[in-house]
Design a protein. Sequence first.
Length: 431
Amino acid sequence: MTQSQSPQIQYPYYYHRLPNGMEMIGQHMPSVGSAVFAIQIDAGLQYEGDDELGLSQLLDDMLYQGTDNRNARQITNAIELLGARRISSAGFESARHGAQLVHTKLDDAISLWAEILLHPTFPEKELQQLKPLLLQAIKRRDDEPSRRGGELLSTLFFRNSRLARPTLGVLDTVNSLTVEHLKRFYDTYFHANRAVFAIAGSFDWEHVVAKVTELFGSWSAGADTRYRDTPDPITTMQFETSPGEQEHLFLEYPSVTWDDPDYYANALGIEVFGGGMTSRLFSEVREKRGLVYSVAAYPQAMRAMGSVIIYAGSEPEKARETLQVVLQEMQKFGKEGITEDELERAKIQLKSEYVMQSESAAARLNSILRSWWFERRFIPMSEVKTAIQSVTTDQVRNVLKRFPPWERVALAGVGPTNPDEITKDLFPPIY
């Protein structure tokens, strides 16, 4: 389906679907001289078996280690000669591969990435060189209390779900991975009908459609199996003792997903609660009491479940009071909502952030991919501004009634303090 066949899609947005099921989306930005494109594939960490943890991370790099026509060095040289900034990531729900570069090199770049994605060879020698690097990253994660705390929080909050598994994998599973594991995963999930080609910046849409059709038109369709996770968070906590001069505290409670009608109401509420230096958490925990060196709250929205994550890092002797104040502010936020003045200031902040993001081709690529991936539509900046501006304090209170901050909240901690000294009579919270 081309743009002319889709009257609901208007310039600067574009849509096309190849006969093999691969979709194409775009946003034209005539004022920029660059272009950024990415192929996003429904082949994320969620599809790894329990004995394959870390596979997606390895595959993310192994795709660039050899094709039918180039070895790893030749691929790297080709990317550098294009002056391209490589995009590659292995997320929970999807994998993404592409590049940002000047628009005059776009054809060559799309050709190169088609070769990388459609004709990988997964050479054994390169796998044996990459595995130690991933193993080192896992060890660094486990040695860094703040990163270890984040993994521990996910394990607690997303219990009985694949989201609870370590994103980098674990030592045993990574050590056991082989080329055959990579090939089997690739052959199962890397197919045209699971992929979206997205582009933003300076480009000629009809030319890009022709180029992508030429290069990806023969990419086979595969089984349309989709994994959908259903986490079941409960109020729980877990601490790990780690030597050091800091206590790292993480809390997480359920909230809205990407496509929830209260998405912006939640975002504005969290901006007031813990979004910056004027937020309640920063004011109460750091400025007034000097308890922490860092404190913040931010929303995390996915297809399966949204959440709000709160982080506070303090000296060990201040950890109990830090948790106490954070829980008090969570209670106040959940029961009272926010004021009109706080809401207006948050609106200005959020709209400014979105406007600044709209000036970047890379940011627009992320935006159109996210909105199409989760909602199958484009969200113009004017709609975002209107949605933010229309939020009321009653809407924020309604979100907090739907998702009280003290219900099904997970607490994770990493540091030198005895957990009982931090949590006794404070957690689980009773409101």
